[in-house]
Every structure is written in C-alpha cells, then in structure tokens.
Write a protein that binds this ligand. Structure first.
Ligand SMILES: [Zn+2]
Length: 291
C-alpha cells in the first residue's frame, strides 16, 4: 500500500468519525424545567418550544436572586399553553413580545389573551390555534403536536376588569400535549389534569417516551394517581412537575417516586433550572449522571 493510499484511508476514517459525531450531536433533544409546569424543549434542529411559561415562579433561581427570569431566554419559537390559569400562562405575553414566538393553544384562550393580556395578535392567530383531538406539524415538519384532553378548568385572569365585571374570562377547554419530535423523544405534558381512564387511549395512540406529570394534588392529580397516569400513557420515563411551588400542593416527589417503583416505571426528578438531554429517544444525561 502506498503512503498516499494509507493517508487517504486515514482521512476517510477521520471524516466518517466526524460525521458520526456531528450526526449524534444533531440528534440531541434538550429538556429544561423552569419550575412548576414550565418546560422548554430544544429540538435536534435547534427549534425551541416553551410549555406553560410561568418563568417568574418562586422555584426559579433567578426569581430567588431577584434577577429577570426572562433574561435567560435567547430564543423561543413556540409557546404552548395547556390552559389559562395564571400559574400556566405566566409570562407568555412578555415572552412573545420579546421573542416573536408563535402561540399554540385553544382559540378561546388565544382570543382572550390578545384582548385582556396584550398578547401580540399576529403571533396568536396562525395554525397553532387548535382544539383537543387535533394534530399540527410545526418547525418545518420536525415536530408534531397533538392536543389531548385534560380534566380541569380554564379561565383567563382579566387585569382590566372593572368592579362589576368578572375577573376571570373564558379560557376554553383545558388540555395536555403530546409532542412528537423527529429523531427525538415523544413527550407528553399533562397540563393540570385529574386522572382520567382515557389516558390509556393516549398510551395506545402514541409511543410516549417521557411523561411530564402534574403531581401537586389539591387542584389536580395526587401523586398516586399521577403514577397511574404514567402507567396509562405507557411512559418509559416519568418526570414530576407542579409540586412544591407554593403552599397547598404536594411538597415533594417522594410519594410519586414510591408509587412508580411499585409499578416498575422509570422516574427522574429534575431540579428547577436543570436541563436533561436525549440522544434520539434515549435519555442520556441528568444532574450527577455521566452519559
Ligand atoms: Zn396549575
């Protein structure tokens, strides 16, 4: 074999390794918990989805340090809202103004957020306005969003209400989302639901890899039923949210973890501000874990 051939083979080998590495990086999905029900997802192509963005919640370290919680947001392409309550809509209007993100939620909630919360109208009237049972494709087809039922209530706080007007306007039906990411995990966000047995239909219809489940009780699922929800949607991994944020809801994820253990379902507790990474559908890192 000549020197040139050996050199060429080495160069090709190096190129293959580089291609494999860049391919692996390209297929990483990042999931960040901002505390309470707020999560952001960064897709393999770099699109950012933000769900129930109450970033100014008291669990957020930036809020504790009296810093602007929105300063950490460099890019948001889509804002998904499960329902209209203040601990879920949160900072959506400010974020949309800052980032030009497109709103994904039901039409009544979108209409009232424009009217009452000064949500930018042009970001709240596209294909993202949808109903339960519907599926839409976003991010140039990289992500499919299915809106699923939730048993809860939904209303929009009206800061403009006069003394004789109701301070809560209609928020449409509450919902959950199944987020199907090409070359990434399928993620279910339960919103703020009670347990309902038709969650089994979600599990039959979608291959849910990760379930982000509200475990706070009082207003929604208690930890035991949230574990049953993980089983019903056939989640490979269950991550709790909507706990410990304020008095009156479940303070920690211990009971949820214990119930999941009985059901032999994977559990991971994120810390507020933590980002975890998926390579393809596989969960590869969390706090204190090596890839
Ligand atoms: Zn809530």
């Amino acid at each position: 074999m000549t020197i040139i051939n050996r050199f060429t083979l080495r160069a090709i080998g190096l190129l293959v390794v580089l291609l494999l590495v860049s391919q692996a990086n390209a297929q990483e999905t990042r999931l960040k918990w901002w505390g309470h029900a707020a999560f952001s997802i960064t897709t393999p192509n770099g699109k950012v989805l933000l769900i129930d963005p109450w970033l100014s919640n008291p669990s957020n370290a930036d809020v504790k340090d009296k810093k602007d919680p929105l300063a950490a947001l460099s890019r948001v392409d889509y804002i998904l809202l499960t329902h209209g309550h203040r601990d879920h809509v949160g900072d959506a209007a400010d974020i949309a103004r800052k980032t030009n993100a497109t709103l994904i939620c039901n039409p009544e909630l979108a209409g009232n957020l424009v009217k009452l919360a000064d949500f930018p109208k042009e970001r709240a009237e596209g294909d993202g306005i949808m109903g339960i049972g519907g599926e839409i494709q976003i991010a140039d087809g990289e992500v499919t969003i299915a809106m699923t039922p939730a048993v809860h209530s939904s209303s929009v706080f009206n800061p403009k209400a006069g003394p004789t007007e109701p301070e809560r306007a209609y928020g449409g039906n509450p919902a959950g989302f199944v987020i199907i990411i090409r070359n990434g995990p399928t993620i279910y966000h339960s919103g703020d639901t009670a347990y309902f047995k038709d969650m089994e239909v979600i599990g039959e219809s979608y291959a849910v890899d990760v379930a982000l489940l509200n475990i706070g009780g009082h207003f929604g699922m208690e930890p035991k039923m949230a574990a049953r929800a993980a089983q019903s949607v056939r989640a490979g991994l269950a991550i709790p949210h909507h706990f410990g944020t304020f008095p009156g809801i479940t303070p920690n994820a211990d009971a949820f973890a214990a119930e999941l253990k009985k059901l032999r379902i994977g559990f991971y507790e994120m810390k507020p501000g933590e980002t975890i990474v998926f390579r393809g559908k596989r969960f590869i890192t969390g706090a204190g874990q090596k890839p």
